[in-house]
Design a protein around this ligand. Structure first.
Ligand code: FE
Length: 217
């Protein structure tokens, strides 16, 4: 039996077809061993690897999600599609693949802020956000995001008005979330590319807000 029987997530199949990140612990161990070996032999520079990982975490990966959000901000029909069937709407832009098979987009509103966590491991929508940040996989985030999301947001520098509700979505192997942040003020004249530049990775996890056009926050 696989090791995920503790999962309370609904599993509609039972033949080991779970794309769980935990399954890669062996692989991760091997990658680390390989990295150590190559470093010792002077073949790679760990700082260069860190830089590559950081690039995929913060730049390359999340640009896909930013495109999705910017399109939703500027095209009401696309926003509607994204709300109804995020998997299909996102796939129409070419963003598909592992860990993005079943997507749901949750939209921030003046009343409600959405935040995403995987309480059990680190399920994450790779197709639109790239690699999960280290903190997303950390036990502290995974437990505290559920228990006290407002305090966690404060630590990320996000202070919401007390009236604003916070909804926390627990990702599973089968269903992953992207937050569509509120469109910032003063962005009426911006095209999709300029809008996408305002969409940060954290704003699509819900631990941040979209940036303001003048470079403020
Ligand atoms: Fe998970």
């Amino acid at each position: 039996m696989h090791e995920h029987d503790h999962h309370s997530h609904d599993h509609d199949d039972d033949h080991g077809h779970h794309h769980h990140d935990n399954h890669y612990s062996d692989m991760q161990a091997r990658v680390r061993a390989l990295e150590t070996l190559l470093t010792e032999k002077g073949l790679i520079d760990p700082a260069a690897i860190d830089a590559i990982v950081e690039t995929y975490e913060t730049k390359v990966g999340p640009r896909n999600g930013a495109h999705v959000v910017a399109k939703a901000w500027s095209e009401p029909a696309f926003a509607e599609w994204l709300k109804e069937d995020a998997t299909a709407a996102i796939a129409s832009l070419g963003y598909t693949g592992r860990q993005g098979e079943h997507m749901r987009a949750v939209f921030n509103t003046p009343e409600t802020h959405n935040m995403v966590v995987c309480t059990l491991c680190s399920c994450y929508p790779w197709a639109v956000l790239g690699l999960p940040p280290v903190w997303y996989k950390a036990p502290a985030y995974r437990s505290r995001a559920v228990i006290n999301p407002r305090a966690v947001l404060e630590e990320f520098g996000v202070t919401l008005s007390p009236e604003k509700k916070i909804r926390v979505w627990d990702s599973t192997a089968e269903l992953r979330y992207i937050v569509v942040p509120e469109r910032p003020e003063g962005t009426d004249g911006l095209d999709q590319e300029a809008l996408a530049a305002l969409v940060t990775r954290d704003s699509m996890i819900g631990t941040g807000l979209a940036a303001s056009p003048e470079g403020g926050r």
